[in-house]
Design a protein. Sequence first.
Length: 152
Amino acid sequence: MDNKKERLVAAIENGTVIDHIPAEKTYQVAMLLGLFETTSQVTIGINFASTKVGKKGIIKVSDKFFTNDEISRLSVVAPKVILNIIHDYEVVEKKTVDTPDELRGIVKCNNPVCITNNEPMQTVFHVVDKEKGICKCHYCDKEQYISNVKLV
């Protein structure tokens, strides 16, 4: 008999496990990554006990490995989540999602007169303070908190 604790969510053979998502952000992360439209098998669990974030969410996606662009988008909603890359039921790599120095086409400028809100163009933000979560629009210099931004 196996002495390991029973897994709360079934293991996946190959794919990605997104762990330590703040529980209240779990569905937002799934939407942001387009997981409700995918043909891959997706398992979403919320309100698991976590010493890091209190209550956490976990998302397991079979046969899916995320691009750097997708991971950058994820950092805006849930920085510091852990991505576990799985091959043959084993974790082969762990990545902590960090906010990049630049956010392109991810967040909307909250300045109504910014050119990005009035012309069809991609937004560009420079992250000026990662600790406080402050980014600045490349075009109008308006600063805003990452936690308050709207996604494009």
